[in-house]
Design a protein around this ligand. Structure first.
Ligand code: PRX
Length: 644
């Protein structure tokens, strides 16, 4: 039995949802989803109100539609509708990489900036439905670009600034973007990131791009291509400060976000407008128990879905004050997070377990020397949080006062699906606890048989919620294959989970060939294809292994082509090669030279064995008799790289 943390009296007093309300609302949301979502669909402003709530089939061709005959503009919901009441309230607090730089942007100011960029994009010929690739650092212009895109009905595709030119090019080509919005350079931990130079490199292979808009962040020297590149500052200075938002259908695409799958190249996850905004704003309000006037900080990057739903769309739709942080947790010191909390009097703080684990290693003093008295609620996202990190977060960061919401969700889900609600859920360290309203988790075994009661298995969701992805860009077939064919009629998450006797869910991690490195999702297939693209590599197999800080590390088994020497230099060269091909987040942590890989007689690599060896759990390799050459396993065990 794990320890239970009751709801603190202080939290219970002011929480938006108490335990009784949670159960009432949850039951209603399951018994009468149409009625429940019709009611909560009204939380946003519709230009033409919807009359249909839900049209979903997880079978056959699979279609997912919410509020389909309603029309709205997402940016108007995040800005215009707040102006009368909150024009002078801060919408975004921006905290720069350098602690001496910060800014407060009011709703009125943000509205004007978005209108100007919307006009400038229109002048460049960008129309509703066009794709805009955004490759920006964590500066307010990233939020402005997202909202300007939404305002004109375009579809944004943000590419994380840590991705390489090749990875960027692949994402631009896949959706045929006509425009890229970037910056001269990014700034993280005092180091410059050559964003514009990366764009130039990427565009050598992208023919669809007509315009590049460049924000001046560092003033660094960059090459501007005449006729293609323009400075953001010049464009918005010339543009009009008002703009009429374009009326969009509820099911109009809002954004694309590429994420790793278990096979092949990254998938363009498509989210649409109405249902997404209802779900992002509703989860933001109730999961974070957001009250008017609260200062809310999510430390994610807008390059990931967490930044989309819980830095920009959810909070701004709710008229919240959201903090955007350009830097990293350990610059200039390991107290940075807590210094920022004190500086801006942050009430709600949402981060990833990997950040907690790396700060935990520095001891309590860098935390304890800060006040953190403003904190009321803590959150965790992106990977399982181990109970040790959870209790440290609770005891040291939250001084034992603040509940922790461990929020489980995915790029595909658009918003949080399994989570505590602070005033409604007693906590267990390491458990994402219970489903949000309208969400029906389902546990199945490998054959798809539903498992009841306390159990362990594969996590599916029985029915749709408004924030669910609608398709994969240009590949509806892959969408069906990836999510609805393993267990027909159900959405398969790719995660394994345990459900305990209280009905609490404990996510155990991916059960497919996706690994989670520092909360970033990586397809092992992507790292493998980057490795085999190296001229000296004949074959590669990549698996995850437990890593103290990152959650999972990347372990690569590499077979060199005949005659190549396995040297330390080559090892370093391969690590750099993968960094260059994909980005630093994909760097292998360990590379084992493997004269052979364990294969079945039909040539299939037995990853189960490779995972075990990488986990240093080589005593229990299971049946190896079906291998074409069982002796390769002995060599791999003998030369294993992880001996902890
Ligand atoms: O394995 C789960 C893990 O992250 C995966 C989704 O990754 P991504 O699409 O990049 O989105 C991350 C941010 C929502 C999931 O399939 N994951 C996410 N949150 C948790 C988690 N695992 C355990 N506990 C969580 N709270």
């Amino acid at each position: 039995m794990s320890e239970v943390y009751p709801i603190p009296a202080e939290t219970a007093k002011s929480a938006l949802i108490d335990e009784k309300t949670y159960h009432e609302w949850y039951d209603r949301s399951i018994k009468d989803p149409e009625g429940f979502w019709a009611e909560h669909g009204k939380r946003i402003d519709w230009i033409k109100p919807f009359t249909k709530v839900k049209d979903v089939s997880y079978n056959g061709d699979v279609h997912i539609k919410w509020y389909e005959d309603g029309t709205l503009n997402v940016a108007a919901n995040c800005l215009d509708r707040h102006l009368a009441k909150r024009g002078d309230q801060t919408a975004i607090i921006w905290e720069g990489d350098d602690p001496s730089e910060s800014a407060h942007i009011t709703y009125r100011d943000l509205h004007e900036r978005v209108c100007r960029l919307a006009n400038a994009l229109t002048d460049l010929g960008v129309k509703a439905g066009d794709r805009i690739t955004i490759y920006l650092p964590m500066i307010p212009e990233a939020a402005v670009a997202m909202l300007a895109s939404a305002r004109i009905g375009a579809v944004h595709s943000i590419v994380f600034g840590g991705f390489s030119p090749d990875a960027l090019a692949g994402r631009i080509q896949d959706c045929d973007s006509s425009i890229v919005i970037t910056a001269d350079e990014g700034l993280r931990g005092g180091r410059k990131v050559p964003l514009k130079a990366n764009v130039d490199k990427a565009l050598e292979t992208c023919w669809s791009v007509k315009n590049v808009v460049v924000v001046k962040r560092t003033g660094g020297n960059v090459h501007m291509v005449t006729g293609r590149d323009s400075w953001y500052e010049d464009l918005v200075a010339k543009a009009a400060p008002t703009h009429t938002p374009v009326e969009m259908s509820a099911e109009a695409p809002l954004f694309l976000l590429y994420t790793s799958g278990s096979t092949g190249k990254p998938k363009g996850v498509l989210h649409t407008s109405g249902g997404y905004l209802v779900y992002a704003s509703m989860t933001h309000q109730y999961v974070f128990d957001y009250h008017d006037g609260d200062i809310y900080w999510c430390t994610a990057d807008v390059g990931w879905v967490t930044g989309h739903s819980y830095i920009v769309y959810g909070p701004l739709a709710n008229g919240a004050t959201t903090l955007m942080f350009e830097g990293i947790p350990n610059y200039p010191t390991v107290s940075r997070f807590w210094d920022v909390v004190d500086k801006h009097k942050v009430n709600i703080f949402y981060t990833a377990p990997t950040a907690i684990r790396s700060l935990m290693r520095e001891g309590e003093e860098p935390v304890k020397k800060t006040s953190r008295a403003s904190l009321r609620l803590l959150g965790s996202v992106g990977e399982p949080i181990n109970p040790e990190a959870w209790t440290w977060y609770h005891r040291v960061v939250g001084d034992g006062r603040c509940p922790i919401v461990d929020t489980w969700w995915q790029t595909e889900t658009g918003g949080i699906l399994i989570t505590p609600l602070p005033g409604a859920t007693p906590l267990k360290p390491g458990s994402a606890t219970r489903p949000f309203f309208g969400v029906v988790p389902l546990m199945v075994d490998a054959e798809g048989k539903e498992l009841l009661g306390a159990t362990e298995g594969n996590l599916c969701i029985a029915d749709s919620w408004p924030g669910q992805m609608r398709t994969l860009w240009g590949d509806h077939e892959r969408f069906k294959q990836s999510y609805f064919t393993t267990y027909p009629g159900r959405y398969f998450t790719g995660d394994g989970a345990r459900r305990d006797e209280d009905g609490y869910y404990w996510i155990t991690g991916r059960v497919d060939d996706v690994i989670n490195v520092s909360g970033h999702r990586m397809g092992t297939a992507e790292v493998e294809s980057a490795l085999v693209a190296h001229p000296k590599v004949a074959e590669a197999a990549v698996v995850g292994y437990p890593h103290e800080i990152k959650g999972q590390g990347i372990y690569a088994y590499v077979t060199l082509i005949q005659g190549e020497e396995p040297t330390e230099e080559l090892r370093k060269e391969l690590v750099n090669w993968v960094r260059k091909e994909i980005g630093p987040i994909a760097s292998p942590d360990l590379i084992q030279w493997s004269p052979g890989l364990p294969k079945t007689r039909s040539g299939k690599i037995m990853r189960r064995i490779l995972r075990k060896i990488a986990e240093n759990d080589y005593g229990a390799l299971g049946d190896t008799s079906t291998l074409a050459d069982p002796t390769v396993v002995d060599d791999l065990v003998e030369n294993r790289m992880n001996r902890v």
